[in-house]
Design a protein around this ligand. Sequence first.
Ligand code: ASP
Length: 474
Amino acid sequence: MFLVNTADYTSKGRSVFNYLYIFQFLNILNSFMKKVALHWKILIGMVLGIAFGFVMNSVAGGKGFVTDWIKPFGTIFINLLKLIAVPLILASLIKGISDLKDISKIKKMGFRTISIYVGTTLIAIIIGLLIVNTVKPGAGMSADTIEKIKAKYETDLGVTDKLVKASVQKDAGPLQALIDIFPSNIFQSFVDASMLQIIFFALFVGISLLLIPEKKAKPLVDFFDSLNEMVMKMVDLIMLFAPYAVFALLANVIIAFDDIEILLKLLVYASCVVGGLLLMIAFYLVLVKVYTKKSPLWFLKQISPAQLLAFSTSSSAATLPVTMERVEEHLGVDKEVSGFVLPVGATINMDGTSLYQAIAAVFIMQVIWPEGLTFSNQLVIVLTALLASIGSAAVPSAGMVMLVIVLESVGFPEELLPIGLALIFAVDRPLDMMRTTVNVTGDATVSMIVAKSLGKLKDKPVEKKWDDTYKTVK
Ligand code: ASP
């Protein structure tokens, strides 16, 4: 791998030493990295990626270099995670359900999961509303700043794109969300990665397998068991690449920031969102301690690689395979619970997103439509932010699209919508990274609580490494 130039070797003695030093340094670095825990490696990758992004931002041609030569490695990583998400959900849920041997447990699990999800989301929205109404981040914004932001972002492609997507969502009938759960062609659902349709199909298959004689069910159950094991191993292998991928992803995020002045003007608003998100994390840690009696620090340590990836990718859907791997193998949640709770959570449970939507909606109203800030409108926000977070796709900036629907539900003037979105657009990406981290942490927390309540939480999870059986294969 480390090619030594033979010409230099013979003609310039000094170069030989240089090469040897580099070689030695890389060797030491390599053996040091082998001992470092995964979450530290990812963190190092993130910090270096941020630093690299800043450096590239300040050199001529740096942005183009990152876009052409660095970003693709982040994209490849996300593609790989998406590649395995569908088989993973399918296999772990079908295998899990067929292991349950008890249909009443499935009902219990479904009911508990949905109720806790709705409960935590409502708490998130209320925390958001309390913060934004107390701090009032929009109250002191000068007309000058508003004009500046308006001029810069009102016609921005990102803003207009969100408005178009929101109008598509709005035109759907009241029961469209329900219809969308039932697929007519499962291969289409695989192609579209429609999480809820795939979950429905897996439940349908799992329950039907439970209802046929065991001997007949066995080949299929074994097949899905084997598929599940294999995909889990793929997660381990993909994660070997994670520290480099987050480097690429974060360098790319940094080169997109250009107007630091506007970012600073939105600092109070952004701090409200960040403060609320931190409170949600604290709330999850209390839940973990109280309901599962596990140490919150242990929980954070085990789940941190998934959190760091959620932060780097801004997508709970892309993070899902890693969340599943961490929750099953490191937190000790049984497959039948994680296979259901986590994919459902990635789709409908977005506490970070709902908190953000509540704060962003009120902030926008404080700045450009203060007359709309009535108590009854805030109650409407509670309800619509709940529905909007359920309806938000688990992809970057989906929360901002659904924010339009929250604003429309309180009668926000349509002509002000582009300005409203323009106001928060500059800080949306960093806030998206943080709310996605909270979304993923919330799913993991609920999966532990549901597992504990069903007696499906292992005391000592067995961690599997990518090379557990490598030696015997070699
Ligand atoms: N990016 C978020 C997620 O994937 C959704 C959002 O709030 O935009 O969880």
